[in-house]
Design a protein around this ligand. Structure first.
Ligand code: URA
Length: 468
């Protein structure tokens, strides 16, 4: 029996190095005891044999990275058993949803993702004044070791602030340029009150909409254990008590405050699923958020590098995309490829996806006639697009056609007036819209088609500078 101790039990690289050494030495999972602290020391790893390791699917490593942050002490052993099976003749293991190990790992990943979601929603920073200016400090008690997974989200959200995120098992610190991690902290290390809280409470009371009050849903989404760290939680009993009279007053009074403009994609970001791009693809394959999945062959998810600088967004897959399970492979895709070649932008540097991920059609004899997805279908699908963009974090978005442009910029966007130039989005990214290649294919007059194609190529050439 090998007793293995991991210095950093929730880190993928640490576990992977050890698991690899065990695998190379042909150590059966039943002969390994994984221990989280080094109190009893560990055994020296066996010398590697002369074997070559079979490749391991990227999806397994993505899954392992999440599962390792779970608090269950069995995780190292289960993941090693899965790795052993994957490399010993069970290549398709991850597709066996009913397998005990696979089901367990996905359930853990779901719990971790949910914990991360809660942390993003319920962390509240409090201002602390130091000699070097303000630092914002937050205390949170996650169920799993998720600080390293979630900290980049706070970097993106609070890039311009200096902050520290404290939890019992780990801390994260951002000084405006560098993110560092440290050992766990105590509740007393974080301040519990400051002037910002009054502001925050006023803000919360003003955005609280009594007409939307659902106490059960609030408890579910904001479990009571988080309330003690939330300044606004103190207001909840009072707001709940006053909800009915306030709602009646609202109904009697006409709304006078203009609604803040928020793009459809921003709205969808709130319900964007968690998980890596590979997990999103898997989840989207079973999406039932609208009925388009029923007659379609499959979900057509986006394709391209996970770190692409540019995400290109089309409208919805066509007949050939539906059969191939890949975006832009039919006639519109061929024209798109031709234009990309003209502007010397390799398609494999782009992440190419669609606003709607299922083919919508009307059967006519043997032919399936393309039908435009309606507003509800577009809205139901937007969470996937929001999640893809969130995971890839591109510099820029390129929208092909009005459906994509309106998802990104809002319903009032006028494609022909605003096409062909970069526009800054509220999140600081740029986006540009141009016509859809199938619009070019539909133009009846060849001279007009040629002109429109030249404009399309010119628009796409704006991407080039972003890729150098
Ligand atoms: N049109 C699109 O918008 N997307 C595709 O993938 C194919 C055609």
């Amino acid at each position: 029996m090998y007793r293995v101790t991991l210095d950093d039990p929730s880190d993928l690289d640490t576990w992977r190095t050890t698991a690899r050494a065990l695998l190379l030495a042909d150590v059966d999972p039943r002969d390994v005891a994984w221990q989280e602290d080094g109190l009893f020391g560990g055994d020296v790893l066996p010398p590697p044999g002369d074997k070559r390791l079979a490749p391991v699917p990227r999806a397994f490593l993505d899954l392992a990275a999440i599962v390792l942050t779970h608090s269950d002490e069995q995780r190292h052993a289960v993941l090693y058993r899965m790795l052993w099976r994957l490399t010993h003749g069970e290549k398709g293991l991850l597709a066996l949803a009913t397998d005990d190990d696979v089901a367990w790992a996905y359930a853990c990943a779901k719990q971790v993702n949910r914990d991360a979601h809660k942390m993003k929603a319920f962390v509240r920073f409090r201002e602390v004044t130091t000699e070097d200016g303000s630092v914002y400090v937050a205390w949170f008690e996650p169920a799993h070791d998720i600080v390293r997974r979630v900290a980049p989200f706070f970097v993106r959200r609070f890039t311009g602030m200096r902050w520290s995120l404290l939890t019992p098992s780990r801390t994260a610190h951002w000084d405006g340029t560098t993110l560092t991690f440290g050992p766990g902290a105590r509740r007393e290390d974080a301040p519990s009150d400051d002037a910002l809280e009054d502001l925050w409470r006023t803000y919360y009371a003003s955005i609280f909409n009594p007409a939307r009050l659902k106490v059960d849903a609030m408890r579910r989404e904001m479990p009571v254990k988080y309330w003690k760290n939330l300044p606004e939680a103190r207001l909840i009993p009072e707001l709940v008590r006053d909800a009915l009279p306030r709602m009646q007053a609202m109904v009697e009074k006409q709304a006078t405050v203009p609604r803040k403009k928020i793009t459809p994609l921003q709205k969808a970001a709130d319900e964007a699923p968690e998980g890596s791009l590979a997990e999103l693809r898997r989840q989207a394959a079973d999406c039932r958020a609208c009925d388009l999945w029923k007659p379609a062959t499959q979900t057509v998810f986006g394709e391209g590098p996970v770190d692409a600088r540019v995400v290109v967004i089309g409208e919805q897959p066509g007949d050939q995309e539906d059969l191939a399970g890949k975006p832009f492979v039919g006639p519109a895709g061929k024209l798109f490829d031709q234009a990309l070649a003209e502007v010397e932008v390799p398609r494999d540097r782009l992440y190419v996806t669609n606003t709607v991920k299922h083919f919508k059609f009307e059967p006519r004899g043997k032919v399936r006639l393309h039908k435009r997805a309606n507003a509800e279908e577009q809205a139901a699908c937007r969470r996937w697009l929001a999640a893809e963009i969130d995971r890839i974090r591109p510099k820029a978005l390129v929208c092909l056609g009005a459906m994509a442009a309106q998802a990104v910029f809002g319903a009032s966007f006028r494609l022909m007036e605003e096409r062909g130039r970069w526009i800054e989005l509220p999140d600081g990214r740029r986006a540009m819209a141009t016509v859809h290649p199938s619009y070019l294919l539909r133009l009846p007059d060849p001279a007009e088609q040629e002109r429109a194609y030249a404009d399309f190529v010119r628009d796409l050439s704006l991407m080039r500078d972003l890729l150098v």
